[in-house]
Design a protein. Structure first.
Length: 196
């Protein structure tokens, strides 16, 4: 058995409902052919609360228990999708994203997810960067050409109805030549007193 066998690359996410994914997919259709970048697809759309890195099998049960303990007591809340943004900026984009706003409840949830990971593995590989809620729409791996920069800077996907956040999911990410594949490892509901 190699050192990597039994390890999973993990993150904790809010996965948007199917109706929102379908709506976003339709709204992006009008620009995909005009801007040739690496657009993400509906099955991969999620809001990452914490990127955890590679976790061995013997640590995952402790992580699951810590997530249930820290997360279940949070009440469900509404998440409002917003406008388009980019890292590091819309003038020099590397990642194009959709802003998401869940206010204080979203920030508190992200804080407790991160705390759970730190309790489960204090010296683990989890990311400690500031939480910046967003949903990745595309990755930009080449210089933009022609009208592409202006199209992205002025991209308006319209107004959105908020959707409820009623659970978070522990996800595994598998890198493949055709892009990452995500699978649900555990499903943690909000608004459940006492956890699991």
């Amino acid at each position: 058995m190699t050192a990597d066998e039994g390890r999973l690359r993990l993150f904790v996410a809010v996965n948007p409902p199917r109706r929102f994914r379908e709506d976003l997919d339709t709204r992006l259709d009008r620009i995909r052919d005009q801007v040739r970048i690496a657009w993400t697809r509906p099955p991969s759309w999620h809001l990452t609360l914490a990127f955890l890195g590679d976790w061995p099998a013997e640590r995952r049960e402790t992580l699951r228990k810590a997530l249930w303990t820290r997360v279940c007591g949070h009440e469900p809340f509404l998440l409002r999708p917003g406008g388009v943004g980019a890292f590091p900026s819309l003038r020099r984009p590397r990642v194009l994203f959709l802003h998401t706003d869940g206010g204080d409840p979203l920030q508190a949830l992200a804080n407790d997810v991160r705390d759970a990971a730190d309790r489960a593995w204090p010296d683990g590989p989890q990311d400690h960067k500031d939480f910046r809620p967003h949903l990745t729409l595309a990755r930009i791996k080449r210089p933009l050409q022609g009208a592409e920069p202006a199209l992205l800077r002025t991209l308006d996907l319209g107004a959105w109805d908020p959707f409820p956040v009623e659970r978070v999911q522990l996800m595994a990410s598998e890198r493949r030549p055709d892009g990452a594949r995500y699978t649900v490892v555990d499903d943690v509901p909000l608004g459940v007193s006492g956890g699991r």
